[in-house]
Write a protein that binds this ligand. Structure first.
Ligand SMILES: O=C(O)[C@H](O)[C@@H](O)[C@H](O)[C@H](O)COP(=O)(O)O
Length: 262
């Protein structure tokens, strides 16, 4: 790793290149999986879409494909596009093709959204399913609210600072009660999506934000460095686990404007 540090309770890891980042990310996920399985008997992980899945690719290779206890993984999505599961835009399809079909996860432990429903119905059904899994503690529960406490939520970030399907200046950022909501006006296509809310993201035991590329350097700076309050509040800056650990995985290009790394 080229450089690492901490900032406002979060940790950032800056990697020389994408390959080094991918190796560190696989190590990190495998270690959290081992700890959760030892402590709880399950590993409840939430994925996002975008470049994240290919950056997780080393998990399909040795040693991880053999050493990770895949049968204990329960897999969710922090956000999903409301399209058919076999559609090129589907985050489920992306993860299935790039990761889940290559490792021995249990098909019944993959919790994708119901693609035969409207965005509104799919969000409420997904929350219902999640509530059942929190009841049985397959997904842990927060000590301070009734929110699910995922062992790990993995997020990407857009150049505008969005995470999951929580976009700048969107009313979804104010949601305090619901766990999962739908939006129909995503600035990044496709427009209809469902997403975890900030209370769910911030209740997780671990949150990792994985960001590469120079086009995201300014958003990384605004999200991590102490910038004036006149700046718009980026969704990524609102990721701040109450009782959990936040780690940023960056490559050199994404970290190029980061003051905290100087
Ligand atoms: O479904 C989605 O669109 C996402 O979950 C979204 O939040 C994504 O993670 C970021 O837009 C980063 O995507 P890239 O890493 O591809 O830039």
């Amino acid at each position: 790793m080229a450089h690492s540090g901490t900032k406002d309770g979060g940790e950032f890891r800056i990697h020389e290149n994408v390959d080094e980042l991918a190796t560190d990310l696989a190590d990190y996920i495998a270690e959290l999986s081992e700890i959760s399985v030892k402590e709880r008997g399950f590993f409840a992980i939430a994925l996002s879409g975008g470049s994240l899945i290919s950056l997780m690719g080393k998990l399909c290779e040795a040693p991880f494909n053999k050493t990770v206890d895949w049968a204990k993984w329960y897999i969710f999505w922090a956000d999903e596009r409301v399209v058919a599961k076999n559609h090129a835009d589907s985050n489920y399809k992306l993860a299935k093709d790039g990761l889940l079909s290559k490792v021995p996860v249990v098909p019944g432990h993959i919790y994708s959204i119901n693609d035969s429903l409207s965005a509104e119905e799919a969000a409420s059904e997904y929350e219902f399913v999640l509530r059942q899994l929190v009841k049985t503690r397959t997904v842990d529960v927060s000590e301070i609210s009734d929110c699910p406490k995922f062992d790990l939520i993995l997020l990407g970030m857009g150049p505008d600072g969005h995470v999951a399907s929580l976009f700048p200046n969107h009313i979804a950022l104010d949601e305090k009660e619901e766990w999962i909501i739908f939006i129909t006006d995503s600035p990044k296509p496709p427009p209809e999506r469902i997403t975890f809310t900030l209370p769910v993201i911030n209740s997780a035991s671990n949150v990792a934000v994985v960001v590469t590329g120079a086009n995201k350097a300014e958003a990384v700076h605004l999200a991590i460095d102490n910038v004036g309050s006149e700046c718009p509040v980026l969704p990524a800056r609102m990721v701040c686990p109450t009782n959990g650990k936040l780690v940023w995985f960056l490559d050199r290009a994404a970290a190029s404007m980061l003051e905290a790394s100087q």
